[in-house]
Structure formats: structure tokens, C-alpha cells
Design a protein around this ligand. Structure first.
Ligand code: Z5A
Length: 211
């Protein structure tokens, strides 16, 4: 790869409900753009697409769907953005992603009626994140933050199972950060990791995800 063909990094923020992912994704993009580093934010679910609209109706309890069916919708929602993700990364843009395949697997399998391994299947072959930053927040702290409890899945017992499921993914490119810290301190910690990752992967191929 020549210098002009350097790629962007695929950075994912994961975590339980209200851990501050949306806040931090926005702050990271702002910080990177301020440093003249091209960066954009993507969120999953992307509720703006037809599939995302169905997901939104499911999460807000307007419709009911079988568990495997809704799992595949969440995955399809990622696959519909897959070409765009690859295009942006190849053109040198760093993507800061609010939830990804890991959310798909840990949430559906927390329902306890769908096998963890089955949940992983539809995610395989998507672009593999260069780093996953897991924002760790206790369920006590989570419940104190505004809006908790409005949507499906937003109860302490379910979120505890989600938290335990995330442990199954903690490996080399999965780092845990204390989400109870002050917003700006957290941004500084995450930004350091993001800048390191951008530098490390700029001349490497983007891998495919295998869960
Ligand atoms: N889901 C799934 O089942 N399968 C999938 O494949 C995917 C998702 C991708 C909706 O996700 C649901 O979909 C989600 C998982 C499931 N269900 N749950 N739970 P979503 O990402 O669209 O929506 P969300 O999960 O409800 O967002 P969030 O996690 O609740 O919020 P957040 O992005 O982590 O936090 P935030 O919006 O940045 O902040 C929340 C509040 O805390 C807000 O008032 C902030 O001002 C405050 N905040 C943020 N940071 C701090 C700090 N550091 N200190 C104090 N207060 C803070």
C-alpha cells in the first residue's frame, strides 16, 4: 500500500445500556476531525433504513417478532452497510461505530432461548474491527442514567446477562474501559487508543470477522 492508499481504522464501541457509547462516539469523531483526521460515526441499529425501521418498531414494542427472526434483522442491518463500511475505510476514513456484531450476539443470547454459537453465524465475514473498546458500567450506575427502562431489554436482570455474555469476547483487540469516569477523561483515554490503532493498521489489510 502506498502512502496515499493508507486506510482508515474500524473502531467499535460496545457496552451495556447507557454506558455512554453514543456520547463518546460523537466526541471521538469531533476530536479526530479537529486533528484533520477523516472520521465518521456509524450506529447500529441504523434505524434510518427499512430494516432499521422494523427493528425500531420491535425495540419500542410496537410489533412482536420471533427471536431468531429479529436477530437476523439486526445482522442484515449491518450487512446492508457493509459495502459502505469497506468503501469508507479503503478511502482513508476512520469509522467510529456505536455497537456492532458483539451487541447482536450478546443481546439475543441473553434471551436464553437462542444458542450463543448460532447467534455468531450471520456475523461472520463482516469487516473485522481493528479494536473494540468495551465501556464497562455497573448496573447500579446504568439505572441512574436518564432514559433507562424505556425500551425492550432495558431491565437490570437482562443487562446483567448481557454483561456476562460480553466476557466471552474479551480477547486481544477487545479492551475494557471504566465508563463511570468523567466524560472528558473517558474521551481522552479512548482517543489515545484510537490514535494508536489508526497508526498501527494504516498499512494493513482489513480482516474479515470470525466469531
Ligand atoms: N441491539 C441488539 O439487540 N442487537 C444488535 O445487533 C444491536 C443492538 C446493534 C438499542 O441499541 C438496543 O438494541 C440495545 C441493544 C440492542 N438494547 N439495550 N439495552 P441503541 O444503541 O440504539 O440504544 P441504546 O442501547 O439504548 O443506547 P444506550 O446504550 O442506552 O446509550 P449509550 O449510547 O451507551 O449512552 P449515551 O446515550 O451516550 O448516554 C446515556 C446517558 O448517560 C445520557 O443521559 C448521557 O448524558 C449520560 N452519560 C454519558 N456518559 C456519561 C458519563 N461518563 N457520566 C455520566 N453520565 C453520562
Amino acid at each position: 500500500m502506498t502512502k496515499s492508499a493508507m486506510r482508515g481504522a474500524l473502531i467499535v464501541l460496545e457496552g451495556c445500556d447507557r454506558s455512554g457509547k453514543t456520547t463518546q462516539c460523537a466526541k471521538l469523531v469531533e476530536a479526530l476531525n479537529g486533528m484533520k483526521i477523516p472520521a465518521k460515526k456509524i450506529s447500529f441499529p441504523d434505524r434510518s433504513t427499512p430494516i432499521g425501521s422494523l427493528i425500531n418498531d420491535y425495540l419500542s414494542r410496537k410489533i412482536e417478532l420471533p427471536d431468531r427472526s429479529v436477530h437476523l434483522l439486526f445482522s442484515a442491518n449491518r450487512w446492508e452497510l457493509e459495502p459502505e463500511i469497506r468503501k469508507q475505510i479503503e478511502s482513508g476514513v476512520t469509522l467510529i461505530v456505536d455497537r456492532y456484531s458483539y451487541s447482536g450476539v450478546v443481546f439475543t443470547s441473553a434471551k436464553q432461548c437462542v444458542d450463543f454459537k448460532w447467534c455468531c453465524g450471520p456475523e461472520n465475514g463482516l469487516p473485522k474491527p481493528d479494536i473494540v473498546m468495551f465501556l464497562k458500567l455497573s448496573t447500579g450506575e446504568m439505572a441512574k442514567r436518564s432514559g433507562f427502562g424505556d425500551e425492550r431489554y432495558e431491565n437490570i436482570e437482562f443487562q446483567n446477562r448481557v454483561d456476562i455474555n460480553y466476557d466471552k469476547f474479551k480477547n486481544d483487540n477487545f479492551i475494557q474501559v471504566d465508563a463511570a469516569q468523567d466524560v472528558s477523561i473517558l474521551t481522552d483515554t479512548l482517543l489515545e487508543q484510537v490514535l494508536k490503532t489508526i497508526e498501527t493498521v494504516k498499512n494493513q489489510e482489513l480482516d474479515d470477522l470470525v466469531l
